[in-house]
Design a protein around this ligand. Structure first.
Ligand SMILES: Nc1ncnc2c1ncn2[C@@H]1O[C@H](COP(=O)(O)OP(=O)(O)O)[C@@H](O)[C@H]1O
Ligand SMILES: [Mg+2]
Length: 322
């Protein structure tokens, strides 16, 4: 069965021509959470925005296509495309403070969102807004600045989901929340996934936190997906040394003190080293790694990796802590 949302060859460039998102393919299945993880600057937010056709200038979507339920969004006339996308794909943006007007009560804001998506009367929209907010434990009469970080995030999720989209892109919805609130926000997303068969792209820089609800994971580095597969398989036996590095970085259950940083920093877009862009930071780099950039190839059931290491070499890497 083909995925509900399919993105192919997404390519986003910056003003100077630097490639920010480089040929990304994504399949989002109904009723499944796909995590998109990687360090800051990898291109995660731009990938999520590209799915909605909302790449902000001066960045520009240069190539790629998105189908939703088999409908090629690019082939629709612009008006129809906006409508199909708007009704079908919702976004919880990375910066929640900027997404809510601080001086307008949340109930009134959500009512506006609902009226933009459906032919509702004012009273009807207000009532649905209040109900949607009550469901996530937020009072419609509150102003956004009075909400806690967790309440604000729940209100944004309620707003994103109120028009009943089929796909949700949630960009770092738990960043800056403390652990217990993170769990509550992830559980809210998971509950809606289960109840409504929502397809979710869950963007995070923290591989550890998203594992809780994700079925699949895609790991992004320097604008490309370098590893993807079922979350359990990838977390228990990462095939890319970068994935292994992210895992060592995530706080472990029971031993919160042990975080091993990945040495060095990601390359700046437009200034990629030759070959594999992770090679300068990779504990297993060899001559082949600087000769050519590895493509994303099959690596076991439902898995793909962009690395020259064999399965055995990758496994050995996981057993020897740096
Ligand atoms: N609107 C934009 N115009 C130009 N460059 C951008 C824009 N948004 C992000 N970038 C750059 O693109 C790269 C990827 O950004 P982003 O997708 O936000 O990364 P992530 O979400 O993984 O942290 C970064 O180098 C960032 O500075
Ligand atoms: Mg981001």
């Amino acid at each position: 069965m083909s995925a509900l949302l399919q993105a192919r060859g997404l390519r986003v460039t910056g003003p100077s021509g630097a490639v920010l998102v480089d040929g990304v393919d994504l399949d989002l299945a109904a009723g499944e959470v796909t995590a998109l993880v990687g360090e800051s600057g990898a291109g995660k937010s731009l990938t999520g925005l590209a799915l909605l056709g909302l790449v902000p200038p001066p960045a520009r979507m240069e190539a790629g296509g998105v189908t939703l339920g088999g409908v090629d969004l690019g082939a629709l006339p612009p008006r129809e495309r906006r409508r199909t996308r708007g009704a079908g794909i919702a976004l919880v943006p990375q910066d929640p403070a900027a997404a809510l007007d601080p001086v307008v009560r949340v109930g009134a804001q959500l009512a506006e969102v609902l009226r933009a998506h459906a032919p509702l009367g004012r009273a009807e929209a207000r009532a649905s807004a209040a109900a949607a907010l009550a469901e996530v434990g937020v009072d419609r009469d509150d102003h956004p600045h009075r909400l806690s970080g967790g309440q604000r995030q729940r209100a944004l999720i309620a707003m994103a989901l109120a028009p009943r989209p089929r796909v949700l892109v949630a960009d770092e919805p738990t960043a800056s929340l403390d652990a217990a609130v993170q769990v509550a926000v992830l559980d809210l997303i998971d509950q809606r996934r289960r109840a409504e068969g929502l397809a979710v792209l869950l963007i995070s820089h923290d591989l550890g936190s998203v594992a809780r609800i994700a079925g699949r994971v895609a790991v992004m580095y320097a604008g490309r997906i370098v590893e993807e597969g079922p979350v359990r398989a990838v977390l228990s036996a990462p095939r890319h040394p970068y994935t292994a590095g992210l895992l060592a970085l995530a706080p472990r259950l029971g031993s919160p003190g042990t975080r091993v940083p990945i040495p060095g920093a990601p390359p700046r877009p437009g200034h990629l080293p030759p070959g594999c862009p992770f090679a300068p930071r990779c504990p297993a780099a060899r001559a082949a790694c600087t000769a050519a950039r590895p493509g994303l190839g099959p690596a076991g059931p439902g898995r793909r990796v962009a690395c020259v290491l064999t399965h055995r070499e990758a496994a050995a890497l996981g057993r020897t802590p740096a």
